[in-house]
Design a protein around this ligand. Structure first.
Ligand code: FAD
Length: 402
């Protein structure tokens, strides 16, 4: 097996490093593991980096040129995401989802008019290119059959009523990728749900913050009260939204591995250095067999994650859409991140009790942040149990779990 990704790709890795060292490393912003978790002052920095990434045509590099990309290969995209994770480059996703979920989904299912209107905006790093994704509702999380938000056709418009919850970045997004019912007479989601693009500036939308366990405003409740949207904002066919939602979820899940790999590489390097430089009972932590074994385990997990990530890229580069592998990678990203965070907290010992915001926090509070953020990641984009159900059904041929 040859894992050399080629001269062009490795050259790109060097250029991203150079960019990160010049524009990001050492800058006074608070690293957010998830972009939407940035505090307001850091969000501005995040946007300024988005624009710089856009100028280099990196923000959506694997999109076709007419939509703001360069038609870069999957391997280049992988390396870009990995290095963005490693160097904690903010502003890579245009909200929670513009570059990674909604743009690619529009590319698959949107009309040419929609592609021309929305994709170049996302790729330009403009604040009007920021998106949120609204699937979850108070009674509908894993089970989309219970979606109640409804859009009823009225002349050339849809009128939308309902409530969404946990909508990441809704307070900053200009556009919303909304899953809603368009046939109230059917109780079958695959025959009654549609995807509609909603301008978040429309009258009748109220966004209320939900503060997460880190004390950060990253997600929201969103209320739709007679919100009027042009019917041309429907993506694909009416009542066929379920067939777009499933690939959109796969796109979201499969895009995680390289970024998590990069973040993990960085933290593992920092932990190895910390273990060398700090003593326990008069001896460097790096000589303690428990510490060494934990670090070795984390290293193996990252190697496995790299292979999982590359396998999906290879599959896609041969024109195939990954199946259960997207669920596998999402699940494994959660496991790798959780283990990395726990190992970090254990090695830091009492220092791990210091708030990640404190100037006394070791490793800039990254391990505490990672541990807290991952609690949400376990659920976001589908819970661990849902990923295991997918693996059971599509990898092992077990009966469906719903
Ligand atoms: C940080 C974060 C960001 C998020 N961002 C967004 C966003 O931007 N947009 C959005 O729409 N949503 C978002 N979500 C919501 C997320 O998608 C949901 O939390 C997730 O789909 C689970 O839904 P739920 O919380 O309603 O739990 P439920 O579906 O009610 O599940 C509760 C528990 O039951 C288990 N369970 C449910 N069904 C099954 C089953 N069939 N088999 C086995 N176990 C099952 C689940 O695994 C879970 O443990 C976000 C969540 C978090 C934490």
């Amino acid at each position: 097996m040859d894992f050399d990704l080629g001269g062009k790709t490795e050259q790109l890795r060097k250029e991203i490093r150079k960019f990160a060292l010049a524009e990001v490393v050492g800058k006074p912003y608070r690293t957010a593991m998830l972009e939407e978790e940035s505090e307001d002052e850091d969000w501005e920095f995040s946007l300024s980096i988005s624009r710089k990434l856009a100028q280099k045509k990196w923000l959506c590099m694997n999109w076709p040129e007419q939509y703001g990309g360069t038609g870069a290969s999957y391997w280049e995209q992988f390396v870009y995401s990995e290095e963005a994770g490693y160097y904690e480059i903010p502003g890579t996703s245009m909200g929670i989802s513009g570059t990674g979920i909604n743009g690619p989904s529009l590319m698959l299912f949107g009309s040419e008019e929609q592609k021309q209107k929305y994709l170049p905006l996302i790729a330009s790093g403009d604040p009007d290119g920021i998106w949120c994704t609204a699937y979850s509702e108070p009674d509908s999380g894993s089970d989309y059959n219970k979606i109640k938000t409804i859009a009823i056709k009225s002349g050339d418009d849809y009128i939308i009523n309902g409530q969404k919850v946990w909508t990441s970045c809704a307070h900053r997004a200009r556009w919303c990728w909304l899953a809603c019912k368009t046939d109230p007479t059917s109780n079958k989601i695959h025959k009654s749900m549609s995807i509609i693009i909603v301008d978040m500036k429309s009258p009748g939308i109220t966004t209320r913050p939900l503060i997460n366990l880190s004390g950060i405003h990253s997600f929201n409740e969103v209320f739709f009260d007679n919100v009027r949207v042009p019917a041309s904002n429907l993506v694909g066919e009416e009542n066929k939204g379920f067939y777009m939602l499933i690939p959109a979820l796969a796109i979201e899940r499969l895009s995680l591995a390289p970024h998590v790999l990069g973040t993990g590489r960085r933290i593992l390097e920092l932990l190895v250095r910390y273990a060398r430089e700090n003593n326990h009972r008069g001896k460097p932590l790096s000589e303690d067999s428990i510490v060494r074994h934990k670090l070795a385990e984390r290293s193996l997990e990252l190697e496995t994650l790299r292979l999982f990530g590359l396998e999906i890229m290879w599959k896609m580069s041969t024109g195939k859409m990954p199946g259960y592998e997207a669920a596998r990678n999402k699940l494994y990203c959660n496991i790798v991140t959780d283990n990395m965070a726990r190992t970090g907290l254990e090695i830091l010992g009492a220092n791990a009790q210091i708030s990640p915001n404190s100037r006394w926090a070791k490793l800039r509070g990254r391990c505490q942040d990672l541990y807290l953020v991952n609690m949400g990641w376990f659920s976001a984009a589908g819970t661990m149990e849902i990923q295991k159900n997918v693996i059971g059904q599509f990898k092992l041929g077990l009966p469906r779990a719903y």
